[in-house]
Design a protein around this ligand. Structure first.
Ligand SMILES: [Zn+2]
Length: 129
């Protein structure tokens, strides 16, 4: 694949910087833009981080009304054929793949780990200088 190491480094930097911020979750298109790769490639890369336990994949349902596009909570992926009702604009719809969005949550223990690693490094630098 040639430049996988580049994407892997970008993903590590991207996720670590988010782990250090107050961000709790993000969408794969944010990483796709950051690394200048396709959305599909972005999802593939981020899935590796779910295996290592840094990220958790979540499905989000969004209202198909383009003027609304509200996130709809409380549905699991087992209810895919169910008729849904948007509580903001009132639109009724049958859930389709187009209404499903992948989100990645940054795991709490990963955030804590990265924060402690980073503060550890700062202390080391302080001791050296
Ligand atoms: Zn709506």
């Amino acid at each position: 694949m040639g430049n996988d190491f580049r994407i892997n480094k970008y993903a590590t930097d991207f996720i670590e910087s988010l782990a250090l911020s107050n961000v709790k979750s993000f969408y794969p298109d944010a990483f796709a833009k950051y690394a200048k790769i396709s959305l599909q490639r972005s999802i593939e890369e981020l899935l590796d981080f779910t295996e290592s336990g840094a990220l958790e994949l979540k499905w989000e349902i969004r209202c198909p009304n383009v003027y609304c596009h509200k996130k709809i909570d409380g549905y699991s992926s087992e209810q895919l054929t169910e008729e849904l009702n948007c509580d903001k604009c009132g639109q009724e719809f049958i859930l389709s793949n187009d209404d499903l969005f992948i989100r990645f949550d940054i795991k709490k223990d990963y955030k804590e780990f990265i924060k402690s690693e980073t503060s550890g490094k700062k202390k080391e630098n302080y001791l050296v200088s």
